[in-house]
Ligand binder design. Structure first.
Ligand SMILES: Cc1cc2nc3c(=O)[nH]c(=O)nc-3n(C[C@H](O)[C@H](O)[C@H](O)COP(=O)(O)O)c2cc1C
Length: 251
């Protein structure tokens, strides 16, 4: 077997095999929750209602044209309005059907939305530095914990960056998306994993375009230390683990 065979096979559609599988959904097993729960004493942060007025460039054509991976940021803070908009653009719920399925600003295979959004906040007006989780149903932030030496922690988890060393530690926000694969496996079984990777690409592209529309820049980060990030966020690395990162800051 060639060294790439297994990985290439993962990229292909295995729909024919899928048709023969009785998925958990077909077995009548109840659908996993669409977002993680949290304790009643959790510290929640209200996010402002998303408004088009937050945008400094509402022209989709120029946002697509000008978008570039941005690794140099100014010291200007991101406002809470802007953060609210970026979260909405990446995972915001725009409709919920009678069965409770959420439809969001990003497409997702079977609307299974297997992602959770964590944020390392460095420079957002009115927000304490630290680690947060986005609650899409409530459109709120959950404050998780303070993080000493946040810049060093960001360096540790984003490893040796090939283009601009340590650029992520100057970003205002580091987005960290995890996946809870069972949300997709429940419906798509062995075909879930290819879909999850495609799904997260849509999420990050929306972050790029939304950032562009508020005078900020994004850089996707695929080079990261899996164990360190998962440990930092308290993820067990099996049922939930980090899948992608992106740094955001004002240009
Ligand atoms: C899946 C993925 C992973 C990436 N990982 C990194 C990364 O770890 N570090 C980095 O500096 N850029 C990273 N990038 C950004 C790419 O280097 C960038 O998209 C590419 O050079 C093209 O430049 P552009 O986005 O400005 O068009 C990543 C992009 C993608 C799509």
């Amino acid at each position: 077997m060639g060294k790439y065979d297994q990985q290439r096979s993962f990229l292909k559609s295995n729909f024919t095999e899928f048709k023969t599988i009785t998925t958990d959904a077909k077995k009548g097993i109840s659908q996993p929750p669409k977002s993680k729960s949290y304790g009643i004493n959790s510290r929640l942060v209200d996010l402002p209602m998303v408004s088009e007025r937050t945008l400094t460039n509402g022209n989709i054509y120029t946002c697509i044209k000008e978008r570039r991976s941005t690794r140099f940021y100014s010291d200007q803070a991101i406002s809470l309005n802007e953060l609210s908009y970026l979260l909405w653009a990446t995972q915001g719920i725009t409709n919920t059907n009678k069965a409770g399925i959420t439809f969001r600003t990003v497409p997702c295979s079977g609307a299974t939305h297997s992602f959770e959004s964590y944020l390392l906040i460095r420079n957002v007006k009115e927000l304490q530095k630290g680690v947060y989780r986005y609650l899409p149903v409530e459109h709120k932030l959950l404050f998780m914990f303070e993080l000493d030496e946040i810049e060093n922690k960001i360096d540790e988890i984003t490893l040796d960056q090939p283009f601009v060393p340590n650029f992520a530690n100057k970003a205002a926000i580091l987005f960290i998306w995890s996946t809870i694969p069972y949300r997709s496996e429940w419906k798509y079984d062995i075909t879930a994993h290819k879909k999850i990777l495609i799904d997260i690409g849509h999420v990050c592209q929306n972050l790029y375009l939304a950032s562009e529309s508020i005078g900020a820049g994004t850089c996707a980060i695929g080079i990261y230390d899996q164990n360190r990030v998962d440990q930092l966020l308290g993820l067990n690395g099996e049922e939930e683990f980090t899948i992608y990162l992106a740094a955001v800051g004002k240009k």
